[in-house]
Design a protein around this ligand. Structure first.
Ligand SMILES: [Zn+2]
Length: 262
């Protein structure tokens, strides 16, 4: 009987993923392998944790660490973005889920309707308000990201004022209330570059939990207009040959796939 339980435990452990995260980084062992249950216990003992939770439906167990955490010698910090470039889709999902839930838990402590402290829901991945029954699920913020193609094969890339200032990237932006994703695509491109597009087509999506975006990828075709940049958002934009792009996004992001696979 005991052996059976041990085997069961072992099986569960093999399927389960263990994460220790802080901001945009996660902890791996020095040999680049993922953490085990034992590793998580080691980190719990030697570092201060900000969150500590598991989600049975996605088989993840997660601790949040602080920036001040000093890791034992056998562990290292690795950027989560870098991991997205190398992991298979199941591991990507587990890591994105762990990061998204950690951020959500950190930022969702009080009821937005009445201000009372939220409680953990017993069966759902959700929090509820004991005063007014408000039920709050993990929040996702949809964004569009789009590559615009011209008839001559060139694509439109832009350098942003606020983020990733040293690279040219796809046009991207948050969806606004009431918009369809296609409408957001048309609006963002026109606002930022003065270009009108046609044939907006869905390409694919990627969870981007920094902290809670869902990136919806699109392609579009140039219709009309001259480049006229929105100065507070875009420092430069131009049409580039795909094979001769300036520094552009790294593998592991949907931006990279849009540029190189469409
Ligand atoms: Zn409430």
């Amino acid at each position: 009987m005991i052996k059976y339980l041990l085997i069961q435990n072992e099986v569960i452990d093999i399927m389960k993923s263990f994460f220790a995260l802080c901001d945009r980084d996660l902890v791996l062992r020095k040999d680049n392998s993922f953490l085990s249950r034992e590793d998580l216990d080691v980190l719990r003992k030697c570092c201060k944790t900000t969150e500590d939770f598991e989600e049975k439906s996605s088989d993840i167990e997660v601790i949040g660490l602080t920036k001040e955490a000093v890791l034992p010698e056998e562990y290292q910090w690795v950027p989560i973005r870098k991991m997205f470039a190398t992991l298979g889709s199941e591991d990507c999902f587990s890591l994105a889920r762990a990061k998204a839930l950690l951020e959500w838990r950190k930022n969702t402590r009080y009821c937005g309707r009445c201000g009372a402290e939220l409680k953990e829901h017993e069966t759902l991945t959700a929090r509820y308000c004991p005063e007014c029954d408000n039920l709050i699920f993990p929040r996702i913020e949809p964004c569009i990201i789009v590559v615009v193609h011209k008839e001559d094969g060139k694509i439109l890339l832009a350098r942003h004022v606020q983020r990733n200032q040293n690279i040219y990237a796809c046009i991207a932006g948050f969806m606004e209330a009431g918009e369809s994703a296609e409408r957001t695509v048309e609006r963002e491109i026109f606002e930022e570059t003065g270009i009108k597009v046609k044939n907006v087509k869905y390409f694919g999506s990627q969870s981007w939990p920094f902290p809670s975006q869902l990136m919806l990828g699109f392609t579009a075709e140039y219709e009309s207009g001259e480049l006229k940049l929105q100065a507070d958002e875009i420092s430069d934009a131009d049409w580039f040959d795909k094979d001769n792009c300036p520094a552009s996004p790294q593998p592991g992001s949907i931006a990279y796939r849009l540029i190189h696979e469409t």
